[in-house]
Design a protein around this ligand. Structure first.
Ligand SMILES: [Zn+2]
Length: 544
């Protein structure tokens, strides 16, 4: 195993899955474990084998996998009161997991011992020491998690320290101080750790929760006080408000504190790992997460963008590539010239008409005041820039369209659209049916375009979002439509996704605007040349 000054112990698969809306299948857990191993995490806690059959199965499968860098740990409680370890179900479940490491948690806080477990303080000390010693005698490496350590220390410092000495006597290789309820402040962590260091010589670890938004701060404070093991989860997922977020802690340690905890170069995989876990856990990505959020290095204010075009680090605290992220410029009503120039460069739009940038800027501001929002709809901005260029020829012109929605007995509701468009001097008149008016309109437009543009066969509308603005006006309110479109490269190796926007008092018109931008973008950019890399976000194929 790698020896780093600070060991990272990941508990995404155990504590992380205690978040209320997260449920991971066995395969999900194995896939995440393999990614963590690939990142170079020192310990991966796979689950609590005593608590459910899925975790038992995880450890059965994990035992047959050759892990590159990580040691797999099973998590469980100390023995029950007045039960010898060799007859205790908690301890036997840990042994049955066949992992090199067992993490045993025990009680520190007198309240939990006398009121919840309903045993004596002395018996608790024996439970801690004997559980640790027994597992070590069975050939395990044992990490001791002191549950509620900081609350216990506040309630009865002498007894809390005594429980740690029991774990040390048992032979635990690391004693992890847990802020289980997540309410401690950084200075409280510091004071308690100083007392612990005067009491036990076993290496210390830290396990914090985020209930007072201090999980990361508390972890870093503990490291400065000498903690050498950090327990946390990817994206900070975990019970209630979450665990310490490793996606912030890893770069904090490596970049800000100069403490290496991953193999050389691995930190640059962090962005991908964070998004992988979000995807597998079926959560909405937090775009604003430090380091790994899509907007962690996004710049919107015109003054900022002007500055970063001159000096990159003027508004970035680190080089985004260090964590695998990238800088992004956002175009909105707050934008200046520099935002648009950056956008144009990013997407390879050549600005041959110098007047076009101020014109588009003015249009962006005017349209945003009418209800458009370009922040998430970069393809619509690109189309505005392109249409301003003197040599621009639109791939199609809409002459007119009509949509009818009908309800018929026996058939229910359906929609029919007809579209008249001019493509290359010829007029096409097509009709199509759909579930709803936008679906029918989309189908009819696709029919008209596909014959001339085979790229349309691989281009599909994938998401359609509607937002009602100024809802006080009721049905007369402005409707904003955001459409996500995807191009799947015929090789099957990559896909490209982009977003467009429309806004109008009429939802069909708003949808049409977004739809037109979406397909015009597809037909005039890198996508149409079969070179999707230059376009928006390149998503890796889930199969690879
Ligand atoms: Zn926890």
């Amino acid at each position: 195993m790698n020896s780093f000054p600070v060991q990272i112990y990941d508990t995404t698969l155990r504590d992380g899955t205690q978040r209320s809306d997260v449920s991971l299948s066995l395969d999900d857990k194995l896939r995440i474990a393999q990614k963590l191993d690939d990142l170079g995490i020192s310990f991966i806690e796979g689950g609590w084998p005593g608590s459910n059959p899925k975790d038992v199965e995880f450890f059965r499968r994990a035992a047959d996998i050759e892990w590159r860098s990580a040691l797999i740990a099973a998590f469980g409680a100390t023995r029950h009161a007045h039960t010898p370890p060799e007859q205790d179900s908690n301890i036997q479940a840990l042994l049955d997991a066949r992992t090199p490491v067992c993490t045993v948690f025990g009680k520190t806080w007198d309240l939990h011992i006398t009121e919840v477990l309903r045993t004596t303080l002395d018996e608790n000390l024996r439970m801690v020491e004997e559980s640790v010693a027994y597992l070590i005698a069975q050939g395990k490496r044992v990490i001791y998690d002191a549950e509620h350590f900081f609350d216990g220390y506040k309630a009865d410092a002498a007894y809390a320290l005594e429980t740690l000495r029991a774990a040390a006597r048992g032979g635990a290789e690391t004693i992890v101080l847990c802020d289980t309820n997540g309410g401690s402040m950084p200075w409280e962590i510091v004071d308690a750790i100083r007392a612990v260091r005067g009491s036990v010589s076993t290496p210390l670890g830290i396990h914090t929760h985020n209930d007072s938004e201090c999980a990361v701060a508390n972890t870093l404070a503990a490291v400065r006080e000498g903690a050498v093991q950090i327990q946390g989860t990817i994206n900070g997922i975990g019970e209630r408000c979450g665990n310490a977020n490793l996606c912030a802690i890893l770069p904090d340690l490596e970049i800000k504190m100069g403490l290496s905890c991953l193999p050389e170069g691995k930190l640059a995989q962090l962005y991908d790992l964070s998004h992988f876990v979000t995807e597998v856990a079926n959560l909405t990505p937090n775009e604003h997460m430090a380091y790994v959020g899509r907007s962690a290095f996004a710049h919107k204010g015109g003054v900022h963008v002007h500055a970063i075009r001159r000096v990159n680090r003027s508004y970035n605290h680190i080089e985004p590539a260090l964590v695998g992220n990238q800088m992004r410029v956002v175009v909105s009503e707050l934008s200046g010239r520099a935002n648009l120039l950056s956008k144009a460069e990013e997407y390879g739009v050549e600005i041959s008409n110098g007047e076009s940038v101020p014109q588009v800027l003015q249009d962006v501001k005017a349209l945003e005041s009418q209800g458009f929002s370009f922040e998430g709809a970069e393809a619509s901005v690109i189309m505005m820039l392109k249409r301003q260029q003197p040599d621009y020829k639109p791939p199609f012109d809409l002459i007119d369209f009509s949509v009818i929605v009908e309800h018929r007995q026996g058939r229910g509701i359906f929609a029919e659209a007809t579209v008249k468009v001019r493509v290359g001097g010829q007029v096409y008149h097509t009709a199509a049916e759909g579930n709803g008016p936008v679906d029918a309109l989309d189908e009819a437009l696709r029919k008209a375009l596909t014959g001339n543009y085979p790229v349309m066969e691989h281009t599909h509308l994938v998401d359609y979002k509607v937002r009602i603005l100024d809802s006080a006006s009721g049905t007369a309110a402005t409707t904003r439509v955001l459409i996500d479109t995807r191009y799947d490269d015929p090789s099957g190796l990559r896909s490209t996704r982009w977003s467009t926007v429309g806004a109008s008092g009429n939802i069909i018109e708003a949808s049409w605007q977004a739809l037109q931008d979406a397909y015009e973008y597809a037909l005039t950019t890198a996508v149409s040349n079969g070179n999707s890399e230059k376009a928006f976000e390149t998503l890796s194929n889930p199969a690879d």
